[in-house]
Design a protein around this ligand. Sequence first.
Ligand SMILES: [Zn+2]
Length: 150
Amino acid sequence: MSYGVTVKFKYSKDKQPWMDVNDVVKIHDTFDLPESNFVYEVYKEAMARITTKVACSKCKTKNDADAKHCKNCGGALNPITSSSNRIDLPENRLWWSGNHASDSFESVAPFIHGRLEAFFVGEDGEVFGGAIIEDGKYIKCSVEMTLVPE
Ligand SMILES: [Zn+2]
């Protein structure tokens, strides 16, 4: 049975969410993703990072971004730091919706670093659940409405 779900995100500025480029590629290629999702978008950036070559400072041979030694002369390369494997997920990049989108979002949550809150809105407009994702940990939550005086 189909059930359309839109995941609404609450973004954390002090623990900005991000993903590793290799995880983005793996998810894009092997996971069952909803019609509309941000992985398709960040995938282009991930592929560009992965295919970037580093030139050896001695012989100028181009090597893979994660190589530690030059494949031509064996000289040590400046390893690209792990921070360059990081793809930030700013607020305007977060969208996730489609058939059973809350289930597919749970499957990618272990690959999200930083902190993110997700609210699951069904096709009838009801918020039926949510989750806090913190450094890959998925904490299933029930949602309570609160009133805050204007
Ligand atoms: Zn070299």
